[in-house]
Design a binder for this molecule. Structure first.
Ligand SMILES: [Zn+2]
Length: 335
C-alpha cells in the first residue's frame, strides 16, 4: 500500500513539474511568423519553386503556397492544374506534407479589373462574377490535389469588400493581403481573418538583399509590439532566380540565413491556416523536425487567438508603402 502511495505521489510530482515547466515559459506573448509564396502555377519553371520549398523542408519551417488555378493560356479550358504533368506530380507529392499549406491566389491572376492602387483581378467586379471565379478556382485545387484551400490571397494584394464577402461565403477563413486599399481593414469578416504581409525578395540582386535587411528591421519592431502576434513574409519563388532564369543559390542562401535569424529570436513559425506550427525554444537544433514530427508539434500548440492590432497595422502600413516604392510589384511570369 505504501508503495502505491509513493508511486502516486511521484506521478503527481512529475505531472506538477511538467505543468510548471510549460507554465513558467510564456511570460512573453507568443510571436508567430508566417511565410507566403505567391504565384505557384502550372506551366512555369518548377526548379525555383522546388528550391525554396526545400529550404522550408530543411529548416522545418512551414509555408503557405498561393496557387493560381487558371493562369491565362491561349485556348486553355478545363482544370489547368491537371494539365501540366510535372507540376501536378510535384504538387501532389507535397500536398500531404504538413509544412505546406495549399492556398488560393486568385483564379486567373489577370489584370482585368484595375484598382486605384494598381492591377487587380477582382476590384469593382459584381459579386456573382467574383464569387464564381473564386469558387471555380477553389474547386480546381480540390480536384487536382484533394485539398480545399481555406486561405485566399488576392493577386497583387488588390481587391475590394466584395472579394472579401465572396471569399468568406465560400468558406475561406483567412484572407491575406496588404494595405493597398485604404478601405480594407484588418480584423474579421464573417469569421474570416484578414491579415497583411511584408514582401521580401526581388529579381534584382541589390533590391533582393535590401528587402531582407528591411525584413529584419520589421521583425525587430514586431517583436517589441505588444499588439502584434503574427507577422507574414510574402515572397515569389520566381524571384529566387538569376538573370538567366536559373535558381540563384545566393538568394536561396539569403532566405536560409533570414530563417536562421528568425530562429535566434525564438519565434514560432505557422502556416496561415494555423494547422502547423513549428519552432520556438524547443526547436533550437538546426536539424529540427520535418514531416510527422511537425504535425505533432503543431498539435501540441493550441491555435492562438489572433490579435490583428492597430499597432501592427501601422507597422505594416509604414513598411509596406516603403516596400512598394523600392521593390517591383508581384508579377507572375506566365508564358
Ligand atoms: Zn501574384
Amino acid at each position: 500500500m505504501k508503495r502505491v502511495t509513493i508511486a502516486v505521489f511521484l506521478l503527481f510530482l512529475a505531472l506538477m513539474c511538467s505543468t510548471a515547466s510549460t507554465n513558467a515559459q510564456p511570460t512573453q506573448p507568443r510571436k508567430y511568423i508566417a511565410f507566403r509564396d505567391d504565384d505557384v502555377a502550372p506551366f512555369t519553371s518548377l526548379e525555383p519553386l522546388e528550391a525554396v520549398n526545400q529550404v522550408h523542408i530543411d529548416e522545418g519551417v512551414p509555408v503557405t503556397l498561393g496557387i493560381i488555378p487558371h493562369p491565362p493560356r491561349e485556348g486553355q479550358e478545363g482544370n489547368e492544374l491537371l494539365q501540366d504533368g510535372p507540376f501536378h506530380t510535384y504538387m501532389g507529392s507535397i500536398a500531404s506534407n504538413p509544412l505546406f499549406e495549399f492556398a488560393q491566389h486568385g483564379y486567373t491572376h489577370q489584370d482585368i479589373a484595375p484598382s486605384p492602387e494598381g492591377p487587380s483581378e477582382f476590384y469593382g467586379r459584381p459579386y456573382a462574377a467574383q464569387y464564381n471565379a473564386i469558387k471555380q478556382g477553389q474547386a480546381d485545387i480540390k480536384e487536382a490535389f484533394g485539398v480545399t484551400p481555406t486561405t485566399f490571397i488576392p493577386p497583387w494584394d488588390n481587391s475590394d469588400h466584395t472579394t472579401m464577402r465572396a471569399a468568406a461565403a465560400l468558406g475561406f477563413t483567412d484572407y491575406n493581403t496588404d494595405f493597398s486599399l485604404q478601405d480594407i481593414q484588418y480584423g474579421y469578416l464573417g469569421g474570416m481573418r484578414i491579415e497583411g504581409g511584408f514582401t521580401i525578395g526581388a529579381l534584382n540582386d541589390t533590391a533582393f538583399t535590401k528587402t531582407i535587411l528591411e525584413a529584419q528591421n520589421v521583425t525587430e519592431q514586431f517583436l517589441v509590439d505588444p499588439h502584434a502576434d503574427t507577422l507574414t513574409f510574402a515572397y515569389h519563388y520566381w524571384a529566387f532566380t538569376d538573370s538567366m532564369g536559373a535558381v540563384d543559390s545566393h538568394k536561396i542562401q539569403q532566405l536560409m540565413n533570414f530563417i536562421d535569424f528568425l530562429k535566434t529570436k525564438g519565434v514560432l513559425f505557422t502556416r496561415l491556416d494555423r494547422s502547423t506550427v513549428t519552432g520556438g525554444s524547443e526547436a533550437a537544433s538546426p536539424s529540427s523536425s520535418v514531416g510527422l514530427t511537425v504535425a505533432t508539434v503543431g498539435k501540441c500548440i493550441p491555435t492562438p487567438l489572433l490579435l490583428v492590432g492597430s499597432v501592427s497595422a501601422v507597422l505594416f502600413g509604414i513598411y509596406g508603402s516603403a516596400q512598394r516604392q523600392s521593390a517591383p510589384r508581384n508579377k507572375p511570369k506566365h508564358k
